[in-house]
Design a protein around this ligand. Structure first.
Ligand code: 5GP
Ligand code: ZN
Length: 114
């Protein structure tokens, strides 16, 4: 996916503030943070959205959640709490069509979301 913003970030063609990287996932700071901690966790393999994920992505999806848990702990959010968000499609306001999990924390988060 040469025209995908997050693939460009994975390939280091666009700079980002990386907080975590391994063979399968990358985590970096959101450019427009909505909370004191606002990170995006993405698979290195391009998947446009959760809608496009398939049965054989089961391990990868679980891997992303466990990476989020580890990163939240490293950011000191284990006790205060945090929220994971996966915007999927137009009604959810998905802007970037490369699957990403928002990790939000560091303040009380309202519910329900807007
Ligand atoms: P979505 O609305 O698709 O769930 O979230 C996309 C997120 O990507 C938004 O929170 C937006 O601020 C973030 N974003 C958009 N462009 C960039 C960028 O170039 N760099 C970084 N780090 N985040 C971006
Ligand atoms: Zn991509």
């Amino acid at each position: 996916m040469t025209d995908c913003l997050f693939c460009h970030i994975i390939n280091k063609e666009i700079p980002s503030k990386l907080v975590y990287e391994d063979e399968q996932v990358l985590a970096f700071e959101d450019i427009k943070p909505q909370a004191p901690v606002h990170l995006l966790i993405i698979p290195k393999r391009h998947i446009a959205s959760l809608k496009e994920a398939e049965e054989n992505d089961q391990n990868l999806l679980g891997y992303i959640l466990l990476a989020a848990r580890k990163i939240a702990r490293d950011k000191g959010l284990a006790e205060s709490g945090f929220r994971l968000v996966i915007n999927t499609g137009p009604d959810a306001g998905q802007e970037v069509y490369h699957l990403h999990v928002h990790l939000l924390g560091g303040r009380g988060l309202g519910w329900p979301p807007g």
